[in-house]
Design a protein around this ligand. Structure first.
Ligand SMILES: Nc1ncnc2c1ncn2[C@@H]1O[C@H](COP(=O)(O)OP(=O)(O)OP(=O)(O)O)[C@@H](O)[C@H]1O
Length: 539
């Protein structure tokens, strides 16, 4: 059964002026809606960036997060390859990097935090935690790159919470303006909510209070939550700027600014808002705050630009190959033509039984279309994309998490960061136009040392531009490269310099002199038009 009432009328939101593409005038009458987060500063000036269509007031209030300890600390088991993380090569550059820790005991966590780490099932730190925790604890800025599912979230949350707890920071509900010590930004609502739940878990039983703000939920509710006390503010950029613009959040106590999925936060869609955020009144300068960036991918141009937000002596940490795919995911590329994709998908899903599977498509329309098709074929399917109401998105995710709907059809909105237990399988029904997006998508499986599988439909008519990067990512993750794909990659770009078995991307810091030694063209950080159409809403 398809879970979600609106298949084709997926909740009216008024037009396409969203995500990365926003800022362009699309015509139509605009009425600012303060509840939806518009006209944040009080005065409304008519310029292109304000031109969104009128949208109805957002009334959705999400269900409260779990209160029982067993739900807060529920976690899945690490997989058989967890210990293999230790074999991954680590590159730390920048002056005087602190020594890595080997155990959580060496992290010097206070008792309550240490207890919460244990209750979360963490026995030993992953490499990004071994290196990242002491770097952050030493007060250094950090640009960290580590493969999907390898524990980047705890790598920044633990040292931040440790410092706040050690300093006796406590939330106060007696203030009309809340002054958080840390702000964490992520590109999608579901991801920031997940980070918030992780922060809440690690801060359990302490006086430190994390709060989450994101678009698609009632602003009044969000403000009330912030005003109950806020030390760690987690948010999507638009809603964060809105709350700050309304004067509900002051920045004078801010010590930590974290950009999760940092390359995405600094690409051309989110960069203006990130600059607005760091330019907000009261925001400490980069010299006076600690800025931390995390991702599994860092295109070179983004890496250079990220330096604008970091102190000169930031530390660059690369666990494994920058932009490399998780080697615990078995990747298969199947050559298809556009018209056989649906039948092949069906066949694939029938053969995998009830395995939890994420099926990625390129547009919101095809997400609805494929989900409907699978439902008609009696597969329990749900879908998530930017045109669905927040209520529907959260229901879809929850039905997928609980296994009620083992198939989730998704656009790029679900490509990054989501950590869902037992996703055994990812299908790229449509391949994305960027290899980084591919790496993030297949990283929804094979997490935390578990093994996963990814099958991608390659249509030579549309996917040839990706062939070369795909060959490199496959060989970099020790996967079999189909002969036909090598041939397509070879003929698409001629013979010069194409060495499919060569080094994938050098895992080096751009400060070493732009040494991303790759024989492929620089990764485009700009989104494709199709990807832009599926972007997260910025409220
Ligand atoms: N040291 C650890 N021991 C056991 N489990 C861990 C450890 N660190 C993290 N985990 C778990 O591993 C899973 C993946 O972690 P996380 O979501 O932080 O990965 P990530 O590197 O941020 O991935 P992505 O690049 O997809 O965002 C989570 O369920 C997390 O709780």
């Amino acid at each position: 059964m398809f879970h979600g009432a609106h298949l084709f009328v997926a909740g009216w939101k008024g037009g396409e002026g969203r995500g990365r593409g926003r800022g362009g005038f699309r015509g139509g009458f605009h009425k600012p809606d303060p509840e939806a987060g518009e006209n944040a500063g009080g005065s409304f000036s008519f310029n292109a960036s304000h031109c969104k269509s009128y949208r109805p007031k957002v009334v959705y209030v999400p269900p409260p997060p779990p209160e029982e300890e067993s739900s807060i600390f529920s976690h899945y088991a690490t997989g058989i390859n967890f210990d293999k993380y230790d074999d991954i090569l680590v590159d730390v550059s920048g002056s005087n990097p602190p020594k890595a820790i080997m155990t959580f005991d060496e992290a010097g966590l206070c008792e309550s935090l240490r207890k919460n780490v244990t209750k979360s099932g963490y026995v030993k730190p992953t490499p990004v935690q071994k290196h990242g925790i002491p770097i952050i604890s030493a007060g250094r800025d950090l640009m960290a790159c580590a493969q999907t599912g390898s524990g980047k979230t705890a790598a920044f949350l633990l040292p931040i919470l440790q410092r706040l707890m050690a300093d006796g920071v406590a939330a106060s509900k007696f203030s009309e303006v809340q002054e958080p010590e840390a702000i964490i930004v992520a590109p999608t609502r579901e991801l920031i909510n997940q980070i918030y739940l992780e922060a809440r878990k690690f801060a359990y039983g302490t006086c430190v209070r994390p709060v989450v703000v994101y678009g698609g939920i009632n602003t009044g509710y969000t403000i009330r939550e912030v005003l109950k006390g806020c030390n760690v503010l987690c948010g999507t950029p638009g809603r964060l700027l809105d709350i700050i613009g309304r004067g509900k959040v002051g920045l004078s106590k801010l010590r930590y600014l974290v950009l999760d999925e940092a390359d995405r936060m600094l690409d051309m869609g989110f960069e203006p808002d990130m600059r607005k955020l760091v330019g907000s009144p009261g925001m400490p300068s980069k010299e006076d705050r600690q800025t931390l960036m995390f991702s599994a991918t860092y295109p070179e141009d983004i890496q250079r630009m990220a330096a604008d937000f970091l102190k000169v002596d930031y530390i660059f940490l690369a666990v494994g190959v920058v932009g490399g795919a998780c080697s615990d995911v078995e990747q298969t590329i199947v050559q298809v033509d556009q018209y056989s994709k649906r039948d092949q998908l069906l066949e694939l899903l029938r053969s995998t039984g009830n395995e939890r599977t994420m099926v990625f498509v390129e547009t919101k329309r095809s997400a609805d279309f494929i989900a409907t098709f699978l439902c008609q074929e009696k597969m329990s399917t749900t879908s998530i994309h930017g045109d669905r109401e927040q209520r529907e998105r959260e229901k879809a995710l929850s039905d997928f998490r609980t296994g009620q709907c083992p198939v989730l059809v998704a656009t790029s909105v679900a490509a990054r960061g989501l950590d869902i237990e037992q996703v055994q399988h990812v299908v790229n029904f449509d391949l994305p136009s960027s290899i980084d997006e591919y790496v993030h998508r297949i990283g929804r499986t094979g997490r935390c040392g578990n093994i996963g599988r990814a099958v991608s439909f390659f249509n030579p008519e549309s996917d040839t531009p990706l062939a070369r990067s795909l060959v490199k990512v496959l060989s970099g993750a020790q996967q079999e490269v189909p002969k036909w794909l090598e041939e397509i990659a070879f003929s698409a770009h001629g013979t010069t310099g194409f060495n499919p078995r060569g080094k994938v991307f050098a895992s080096t810091d751009t400060r070493k002199g732009g040494s991303f030694k790759t024989d492929e063209p620089p990764q485009a950080s700009a989104p494709s038009p199709a990807a832009a159409a599926d972007d997260e809403e910025w409220e």
